[in-house]
Design a protein around this ligand. Structure first.
Ligand code: HEM
Length: 951
């Protein structure tokens, strides 16, 4: 870093000597600031949670990395790195001589990555709270090993009722062997061979927040009571009132929207207004629904517990007190007091145990715990199954059992998934849908993605069969742990072996698409492009010397110089290996498939068994991404023309299957690829979701407001409210609703006015109270002067303050007015993601030490690495300045829906709207690319909403 600073200084001086316009004073200040920052050295990883990095750097660092722009931002609650040089679009690039600009941009982007790494390491250190009984060991250690270095837990043993109990060792030491370790198992057991139960279906959701801060409605913890002053309950503040007042999409012409149903005959005159993200398409929205169905589910076979409960539309705050709504008010709001829904499952709500360390008392788990009914692994279980019931919906092709069953559909190219039969396990509302392991909330996007990846599975099998026919006696790479020395030739591979290998390949491709294609488009800017490629390849393998050097400095100054990851601490290996699939273990020589030190050697759980935390589910409640109407296009007629406006609700459940089969994969690909998705903001949730009819509900209305339900479910799961949520994750707290206004916007700008209106509404919905400075409300952070944070949040004792502490997390993250450039999610959602997205790669041996031909076949490894058969294909030009391979989702689409090839030719990232001009450097502009000038969506100026909204 020092050398880097000096080089930069030299570059600036050279510039002056060349007679070029000398850099502005600001630049000179920045260079001095860089030198000061270098002299001050790297900050240390925080020893305790209350002094952790909050994303706010020193003045010198801010100035060095982003000049005045970053300095102006320092007083806000939001993180600094988004205002560094090069972290936005063209306008974030310094306008200096090329050599200086390049150096300055590099220091901005490297600075952002350094900040993000500090956040990630501190998140790993402070935010892992396992509910399954291991937390005491995490704090106190076990047999002399410190908690964060523990790798095996008795709580992760299989129980006697598990069919594989004796196979893994029964009551003795448990270790998965033989057929149990060859591939991904249905229930997810034996991913970690020494912790067979970890991540398997039915294990408990974890937490990322202190147990005492969860369940703020009922927690006896004194901080929690002080924080909320007895104001909260499951339906308090009223979730339907919150939905109607803060989440509803305002319609300029309600008749044209038809309550989200559009107009008869799918008329193109229909219109439901929504705020659109210019750089992210509807395919991306369905992608994340597809992902969540792989990762987690609170529901079992599409239902919750049997007991029903009300969902609000009962009261609103008047003078700080809940007051019943009058019939007129109900009418005006449009909510429904008679809606009911099934209560969520609770796995255990008995009182948790306690233990002490250093005089501090801890809970052993959260007061209530819920089970993840899905496997937590990234194992494509939405396609292949996660328990005995779901796996019965997964159909193999009787003609070649290595394949999944696809059938022809009249008038369409390629195969389509079969429809559920009378014999398949199903809920009545799923009748008529395609057969899929995870069938709930079936949409046309899920239908598209399930069909696509089923085709991909079969494409891999076809290619394997082609190679096998050509070289039947060649070693295919696979090994059987029961007979590890025996070479398995192509011709020896059984259909079951090949099916298992194809599943591994499809799951790894999905993980790669999500990591290197979907996420860099979700967080559209240079830091995350580099960061996500680092997540896959290992951060030190970003190919960027400045970044690697800076990250090495963090390691060395905190964790010593050992290059031997097996000897170094678990922290060091985060950086040494990267969590990516090239992690430690995947390249060792003399690999022995029977030995856990090889198969398992690359995983790292950081002392806490892997499962998703409830907080992760909360930040994936992304229902605003959905538009109400799909802009349907016909590829053969004219891709530029919106031929129909099809209501999303009319493509729900069996109607999705019907829509897919009658209109075909290619047309749906084009439709979802070209349309922009909805911004994650307040007043931008789908109209149809507020009145969703769920046939399974035997209630007076048969309907439910899914947006109100999102709030209720988070409360049932004990997710802390927004402000404490931020503190727990090491983000800066807000001190009033006014922090939801972006004060850098001109006073008269429409965005600013809208934010001010929203803040007024929040004040009415969530209320205010007279504060009491004697009440300490948290131990997660402290004030800048080291004093504890109290109920007044810096306002005078006794004054009326906003109930900012009560804002639901979903509402808070949608309200965040300032977001890093190109971020489709908010900063708060992002921080949850940094921690958990890395962990689900770190913890999975199939993405680390078992990413090897012995499991995947040699063809499978090459397929994942090269994004398909044959060598890597390179993208044309240098998008955003990078020479890069043709990305994996684009290749999956081209391979399996060949009709889309001409359309995809000019697409770089399959999740960027396909007709958009991507410009030179991370532009968010809504401009047509060459050849798509006639696209209907560029005609109306009202259609361009975004760039101003996302900053
Ligand atoms: C037409 C589109 C969609 C419909 C009709 C729909 C409907 C639903 C319904 C009925 C629930 C169950 C609520 C409950 O009882 O707890 C739910 C849960 C959920 N949805 Fe959606 N959804 C849609 C799209 C999406 C998308 C695009 C996402 C993006 C990630 C998403 C994320 C979630 C999550 C995270 C949950 C909670 C699951 C859990 O608790 O395990 N949904 N949705």
């Amino acid at each position: 870093m020092k050398a880097f600073g000096i080089a930069l200084l030299a570059a600036s001086l050279a510039l002056a000597a060349d007679g070029q316009p000398s850099p502005q004073k600001q630049e000179a200040d920045a260079v001095k600031a860089c030198a000061d920052a270098v002299l001050a050295g790297f900050r240390k990883i925080a020893p305790t949670r209350d002094v952790r990095f909050e994303g706010k750097v020193s003045e010198a660092n801010a100035l060095c990395r982003g000049g005045d722009r970053a300095m102006q931002f320092r007083d806000t609650p939001w993180v600094d790195w988004s205002n560094y040089w090069g972290t936005g679009d063209d306008s974030s690039l310094p306008k200096l001589a090329p050599v200086v600009s390049k150096a300055v941009t590099a220091r901005g982007v490297a600075g952002a990555l350094i900040d993000l790494e500090f956040q990630r390491v501190e998140l790993i250190k402070f935010n892992l709270f396992d509910n399954s009984g291991t937390y005491e060991q995490f704090i106190n250690g076990h047999d002399g090993t410190p908690g964060p270095a523990l790798k095996v837990w008795p709580e992760m043993r299989l129980k006697p009722d598990n069919p594989a109990f004796s196979q893994v060792g029964g009551d003795g030491p448990q270790e998965c062997k033989g057929s149990l370790i060859r591939g991904r198992t249905t229930t997810g057991i034996c991913n970690d061979v020494l912790n067979p139960a970890m991540g398997s279906s039915g294990t408990l959701f974890a937490r990322n927040v202190e147990f005492e801060s969860a369940f703020p409605e009922s927690s006896p913890a004194v901080f929690t009571r002080n924080r909320h002053g007895g104001r909260l309950a499951l339906l308090q503040p009223d979730p339907q009132v919150i939905s109607r007042r803060l989440l509803t999409r305002i319609q300029s012409d309600p008749a044209a929207c038809g309550n989200g149903f559009g107009l008869p005959g799918n008329s193109v005159s229909a219109n439901c207004d929504y705020k659109k993200a210019s750089f992210f398409n509807v395919l991306a929205a369905y992608w994340i629904q597809f992902m969540t169905h792989d990762w987690f589910s609170h529901m079992e076979e599409g239902h919750n517990a049997t007991e029903m409960m009300k969902t609000g539309c009962d009261s609103q705050l008047v003078n700080g007190l809940p007051t019943p709504l009058t019939p007129d008010q109900v009418k005006e709001l449009g909510c429904r007091p008679d809606d009911q829904i099934d209560k969520g499952y609770v796995a255990d709500d008995s009182a948790p145990g306690t233990f002490t360390k250093d005089g501090h008392q801890y809970l052993t788990r959260a007061p209530k715990v819920m089970a993840n009914k899905n496997t937590a692994w990234w194992d494509a279980s939405q396609i292949y199954g996660y328990d005995d019931t779901s796996v019965r919906r997964v159909k193999r092709d009787p003609k070649d059992p290595a394949k999944l069953l696809l059938e022809p559909v009249a008038g369409q190219n390629g195969g389509y998934l079969p429809v559920l039969t009378a014999d398949d396990p199903k809920n009545p509302q799923w009748a008529g849908q395609e057969s899929a392991a995870f069938p709930d909330n079936w949409t046309v996007g899920l239908s598209f993605l399930h069909n696509l990846f089923t085709r991909e599975h079969n494409s891999f099998v076809d290619e394997f069969r082609r190679v096998a026919a050509k070289t039947p006696n060649a070693d295919c790479g696979l090994r059987n742990p029961a007979n590890p020395k025996k070479v398995i030739r192509y011709k020896d591979v059984t259909p079951d072996d090949l099916f298992a290998a194809a599943r591994l390949v499809v799951a790894a491709e999905i993980a790669k698409i999500h990591t290197t294609e979907w996420t860099p488009q979700l967080l559209y800017g240079e830091p995350l492009y580099k960061g996500m490629n680092g997540n896959w390849n290992g951060l030190l393998g970003t190919g960027d010397p400045d970044v690697s050097k800076a990250l090495s400095n963090i390691i060395v100054s905190n964790f010593g110089k050992s290059k031997d990851a097996t000897k170094a601490t678990q922290w060091y290996s985060v950086f040494a290996s990267g969590p990516g699939i090239f992690g430690i273990g995947s390249k060792v020589h003399g690999y022995d498939i029977t030995k856990p030190e090889y198969t398992n050697g690359g995983v790292n759980h950081f002392g806490s068994p892997f499962n998703f935390p409830e907080e992760f589910v909360s930040v994936y409640r992304l229902h605003p991404l959905m538009p109400d109407l799909l802009e349907y296009r016909d590829l053969k007629k004219d891709p530029n023309k919106i031929a129909e406006k099809v209501a999303v609700i009319n493509t729900f459940e069996a109607r999705a299957t019907d829509a897919m089969r009658t209109r075909g994969m290619a047309n749906w690909g084009l439709t979802l690829g070209r349309q922009r998705l909805g911004l994650l903001q307040l007043h931008n949730s789908p109209v149809f979701m507020q009145s969703l009819k769920l046939p399974r509900l035997d209630t007076k209305t048969g309907q439910v407001d899914i947006l109100a339900l999102d709030i209720i479910r988070d409360r049932e799961h004990g997710v802390p409210r927004f402000n404490e949520f931020r503190r727990q994750y090491g983000l800066r707290q807000l001190t009033s609703f006014d922090d939801f206004i972006d004060h850098s916007l001109p006073a008269a700008s429409p965005d600013r006015r809208e934010q001010e209106e929203t803040v007024k509404t929040m004040r009415e919905v969530y209320g205010q109270h007279a504060c009491d400075a004697s009440k300490i409300i948290t131990d997660a952070q402290r004030n800048a002067d080291n004093s504890p944070i109290n109920d007044c949040l810096g306002h005078p004792n006794g004054s009326m303050v906003d109930n900012i502490e009560d804002v639901d997390t979903v509402v808070g993250y949608l309200a965040e007015p300032v977001r890093p450039h190109g971020f489709a999610i908010s900063e708060t959602q992002f921080v949850v993601f940094i921690l958990n997205a890395s962990r689900r790669l770190f913890s999975d041996r199939f993405f680390t030490s078992s990413f090897r031909p012995e499991f995947y076949t040699t063809l499978g490894i090459d397929w994942v690495n090269n994004n398909g058969p044959g060598p890597v294909m390179m993208e044309k030009g240098a998008p955003n300045g990078h020479k890069q391979p043709v990305l994996p989702m684009k290749r999956v689409l081209m391979r399996n829906i060949p009709e889309l090839q001409p359309e995809l030719d000019s697409v770089v990232n399959a999740f960027d709207p396909w007709a958009r001009d991507r410009g030179e450097y991370y532009t968010l502009e809504w401009k047509p690319r060459h050849g798509a000038e006639a696209d209907d969506t560029f005609k109306s100026p009202a259609a361009t909403t975004t760039a101003a909204a996302i900053k």
